[in-house]
Design a protein around this ligand. Structure first.
Ligand SMILES: [Zn+2]
Length: 1014
């Protein structure tokens, strides 16, 4: 087998580069193609020398043409990609690309964005000279194929012959995955200079766009880190890549929906401008080479053609590589194809094709690969599996991914009309879907309760290319009352795919293969805004005007008087208003109240002797509404004292914490950022009022211990002249060792002395596990299956300041698997609790006899609001008509009457009853603010869930008093990946009301410092 294929390989090489270089079919339009091209002998020798195994090559990459005019990587860098022990900074890759574009009319180079740390994000375009010269013309042709509303069928049919597909390759997203950017150095040169018919075919028929490094900040840190570690003595601890981008690490590839990061914004912008036919992201986390298809289930909103395209492209790569005897190129058995949060899904939500590779790591040092049986077995999706042992190195990595990518480019070049036709068809079918229903539009009421956040949502959707209009007049359609000014998302637009993808409810039966990431993401749930599907075609004929400027909620002041009352709508801008005007004395109402018929939720801000001229512009800017009145409302209030905030991170993982920083930075909340090690220094209370300690991951013990203290030398994370990219965000003389028990004691002391500590996810387990707080336990819940899903949580105490502003009893929350927090004697769920154990706990891959139709039995999912039809994936996109009762909260009018009092009353009764039996309920018992639904059957709102009984009535958010202070524990992740804007206010409320968290607590006069009766 092996030698036969090798022989074919040799024959192919001879065909391409032997004497006379093949007459070949691809036309002799270029004289250069007829003459044998001169090869760079030295380059070829180096390829050979660095390659660790002779099987990892193809005839496409075993040589390199010479050029008199275009600098080769060898000439430019003094080494070739795939040289062991070397990595290239992004800035040097840029210099090279710039030189390529200068030297060759076949390339164009430009800047497309700037990173958070101020570095450029760039693009290199490669095609034949004539195409590059009129590249804008080709861009516009794809633009025409994108929009069947303005392009006729006849024109489209012409374009299928004249347009060219754009293949957009992106790499360097995950900074420790170093090989993609190196390979792309070489690929660019080869595509520009090589005259083989194969490369000519690519160059003449496809426009290749390359962003060699998308996480530029992380790349420079990674290269510094590699060379830094090279200088460490044997036995000394090695520096991990501490920060990648400014905010997140690996999650930079989970920002496709949230679009917070500059790199995502840059790719979205390029997608909307260039309409790449294929977007291909190069990663490095699997054996040899995985070409993406995924195990399924595939995203429901995808046009079915995309699934065929994934498979065609992947099978082409696998087949071409297998034909040449290269082992270990495979597809299917990694990742699912479900959640649209990846960068390459930006292509899918815009009807193009997104795909990715996972290549065996570049190194850059040579190493050996010995995968286990589950990786080397022969399976239907890997007919020629990876070997049980192989010598690997950076040149293997370069060869395998450069070859596969060239086969993909050539395949698209050969089949360009097919891919252009599919693209046209997908756009057409998307528009038709909106004309044929059952969903004809979605309406986002402009005057809904959280109107500022609703405007934010509109802006996010606009930035992603969705066309949004505003109703010119009021009308009724499909039982929905639409007001003038409401936002309408027409379903008859090409990118309605995105709308459907985001607005539908996800149903992920657990019988499917284990999900790779989140299972539920429903946009309006995560953001807690109202978006209503319209099932009446009449909506399309209504008068509406396109939104062309950023949406802004109406804000300002009504009435006259010296006292200002700012409505707390749970909009995220409420916290901005407080911090923006930090010198103004403000108080928060501790109960709901009413002024002149307008109902205010507890948390509404009262400002006496208000300076209207100063505050009104601020309110208008933020889209918040206030009422000016002659005298303060009769309601108990407490001062909103501006806290001094400390922000704790761990050196063991700087991944998830950044999403909190992202929110604090965006909403204008200042903080001091420091590592958990510094907790040991003590005196925390004298420095801070609030400490925020976001999710780290791992057990309570591992979080306290921090990075193991190995080796005798300290491990600094410091900027030096040699390594100027290190120590961004934070630095340390020695990152080993965490807070330790000493630091933990100081943290507890901080709370006992009156500070407020805010924890989420894994950090919420530390105090309970160490027995510092005793009212909350961490349940193991082995039967629970709740991966990245949206669940129903219920406010059990709407009088807690943490619940301020929220008007509905139920709140959709993001939760992923752990921690399950059970509060004793807190909210009512704590008593009695939900039945536990005995959950079915379906093992997704378990049992004999594989379930090959896992989606045949969907999960039962309840709607968020009673009276709404139970959604199913198809029906949600379709909508169910629904009565007029859908408008939540009543458009800036009265909020739905919260059940605030009820919980407190029950609590008081409970207390009274306990007292009769001589039991004094401890004032320091935890106060459950938000808990998961007591009914396991209505927990799931979107995503997946099995064994939900384990979560019923457990706490989603708890306020645990400790000494004079509070520990606020979130089991949910309120600041998840810039997607959960609907739960940000829970965290902001804890910050704003840090020293009055006992307000509204049943049976107490409040332990706050400034409570007063007015
Ligand atoms: Zn990756």
């Amino acid at each position: 087998m092996r030698s036969l294929f090798a022989a074919i390989g040799v024959a192919l090489i001879a065909l391409s580069f032997g004497s006379g270089v093949a007459p070949v079919t691809v036309s002799a339009q270029r004289a250069a193609a007829v003459r044998p091209q001169r090869m760079d002998e030295e380059y070829g020798k180096l390829i050979q020398q660095h390659l660790q195994d002779p099987r990892i090559t193809t005839e496409l990459v075993d040589h390199m043409p010479a050029s008199d005019t275009v600098p080769s990587p060898l000439k430019f860098f003094g080494r070739i990609p795939g040289t062991p022990g070397e990595l290239t900074y992004a800035k040097d890759i840029y210099r090279y690309y710039e030189a390529l574009a200068k030297a060759s009319p076949r390339a164009r180079y430009w800047k497309v964005g700037t990173t958070e740390e101020g570095r450029d994000i760039v693009l290199l375009a490669i095609a034949d000279e004539a195409t590059i010269k009129s590249i804008e013309k080709y861009r516009d042709m794809l633009g025409e194929l994108t929009d069947p509303r303005r392009t006729s069928e006849q024109r489209a049919q012409q374009l299928l012959h004249t347009a060219k597909p754009i293949y957009y390759a992106i790499s360097g997203m995950h900074s420790p995955e170093t090989g993609g950017p190196e390979m792309l150095i070489e690929l660019a040169y080869r595509l520009i200079v090589e005259e083989s018919p194969f490369i000519q075919n690519v160059r003449n028929n496809v426009i290749t766009l390359i962003t060699p490094v998308i996480e530029v900040d992380g790349r420079e840190k990674q290269v510094d880190t590699y060379y830094f570690n090279k200088k460490r003595a044997q036995g000394d601890a090695r520096l991990p890549l501490m920060y990648w981008g400014k905010y997140v690490q690996h999650d930079n590839n989970r920002d496709g929906m949230g679009q917070f990061l500059k790199l995502t914004q840059a790719v979205t912008k390029e997608t909307l401008e260039w309409h790449p036919t294929v977007m291909h992201d190069l990663h490095e986390a699997q054996t040899y080479l995985y070409a993406s298809t995924g195990t399924g289930p595939y995203n429901d909103a995808l046009d079915p053609i995309v699934v065929n395209e994934w498979w065609m492209l992947a099978e082409n790569d696998v087949m071409e590589m297998t034909k040449r005897g290269v082992p270990g190129v495979w597809t299917y058995g990694f990742y699912d194809g479900w959640v649209p949060n990846y960068m390459f899904f930006i292509a899918h939500s815009h009807n193009a094709i997104g795909r990715f590779y996972e290549v065996q790591s570049y190194g850059p040092d040579n190493y050996e690969v010995r995968p286990g049986a589950t990786v080397t077995s022969k399976e239907w999706f890997r007919p020629n599996p990876p070997l049980s042992q192989i010598k690997w190195g950076p040149r293997n990595n370069t060869n395998i991914q450069e070859s596969a990518l060239l086969f993909a480019l050539n395949h698209v070049a050969k089949n360009k009309e097919l891919y252009l036709e599919n693209y046209w068809l997908k756009n057409k079918r998307a528009v038709d879907k909106g004309k044929n229903g059952p969903t004809f539009a979605w309406v986002l009421p402009a005057g809904q309760r959280r109107k500022a956040d609703a405007a934010d949502a509109v802006n996010e959707l606009l930035a992603q290319g969705l066309e949004i209009s505003r109703a010119q007049t009021a009308f009724k359609a499909g039982g929905v009352d639409v007001r003038a000014g409401d936002y309408i998302i027409r379903a008859d637009q090409p990118f309605r795919t995105l709308a459907e993808m985001y607005f539908s409810v996800q149903n992920y039966p657990p019988q499917n293969p284990s999900p790779y990431d989140d299972t539920g993401w429903t946009f309006q749930y995560m953001r807690d805004v109202k978006i209503v599907p319209i099932t009446d075609k009449g909506v399309l004929a209504q008068q509406m005007a396109a939104v062309t400027a950023p949406a802004k909620a109406s804000g300002g002041i009504e009435g006259t008087g010296s006292v200002l009352v700012v409505d707390d709508t749970a909009d995220n801008n409420v916290v901005t208003f407080r911090f923006k005007n930090k010198d103004v004395k403000m108080s928060a109402a501790e109960d709901d109240f009413e002024i002149g018929g307008h109902k205010f939720r507890a948390g509404s801000i009262v400002i006496a002797n208000a300076d209207r001229a100063k505050l009104e512009p601020s309110l208008q800017e933020l889209g918040l509404s206030a009422w000016a009145v002659a005298s303060a409302p009769t309601v108990r209030v407490h001062d909103l004292d501006i806290p001094r905030i400390g922000y704790i991170h761990s050196w063991t993982r700087t991944q998830d914490e950044g999403w909190w920083r992202a929110a604090l930075d965006t909403y204008g909340i200042p903080y001091t950022y420091f590592a958990d090690q510094k907790l040991k220094e003590g005196n925390l209370r004298s420095k801070y009022d609030v400490l925020i300690f976001p999710h780290v991951g791992g057990s309570a013990q591992s979080q306290v211990n921090g990075m193991p203290v190995t080796g005798s030398a300290p491990l600094p994370y410091k900027k030096t002249a040699e390594f100027p990219n290190l120590a961004f965000v934070d630095s340390s003389d020695d990152i080993r060792g965490g807070m330790g028990v000493e630091g933990l004691n100081e943290l507890a002391k901080f709370v006992r002395e009156g500070g407020t500590l805010i924890t989420e996810g894994s950090t919420s387990t530390i105090f309970p596990e160490y027995g510092i707080t005793t009212g909350v336990s961490v349940d193991p819940a082995p039967q629970l299956f709740a991966r990245g899903t949206i669940l129903r949580a219920r406010f059990s105490d709407l009088r807690s300041p943490i619940a301020y502003g929220y008007a509905n009893e139920d709140l959709p929350v993001y939760f992923s698997q752990s921690p399950v927090l059970r509060a004793s004697g807190g909210g009512f769920g704590g008593f009695g609790g939900g039945g536990r154990g005995g959950a079915p706990g379906t093992n997704p891959n378990g049992g004999a006899g594989q379930n090959v139709t896992p989606n045949a039995v969907p999960l039962r999912i309840q709607p968020l609001e009673p009276g709404e039809a139970a959604p199913s994936p198809a029906a949600t996109a379709a909508g169910q008509g629904g009565g007029g009762g859908r408008g939540r909260g009543g458009r800036g009018g009265a909020p739905a009457a919260p059940a605030a009092g009820a919980a407190a009353n029950e609590d008081a009764q409970m207390r009274q009853m306990a007292a009769q039996f001589g039991i004094a309920i401890d004032e320091t018992r935890p106060r459950v603010v938000l808990q998961f639904s007591p009914n396991a059957d209505d927990l799931l709102l979107s995503g997946t869930l099995a064994g939900g009984q384990a979560m019923a009535s457990t706490a989603a958010a708890v306020d645990h008093p400790l000494g004079k202070g509070h520990v606020v524990m979130f089991a949910i992740r309120p600041f998840w990946r810039w997607q959960t804007q609907g739960t940000y206010t829970l965290g902001f409320n804890a910050i704003l009301n840090w020293n009055d968290l006992d307000a509204g607590r049943a049976g107490t006069a409040g332990r706050g410092t400034t409570s007063q009766q007015r």
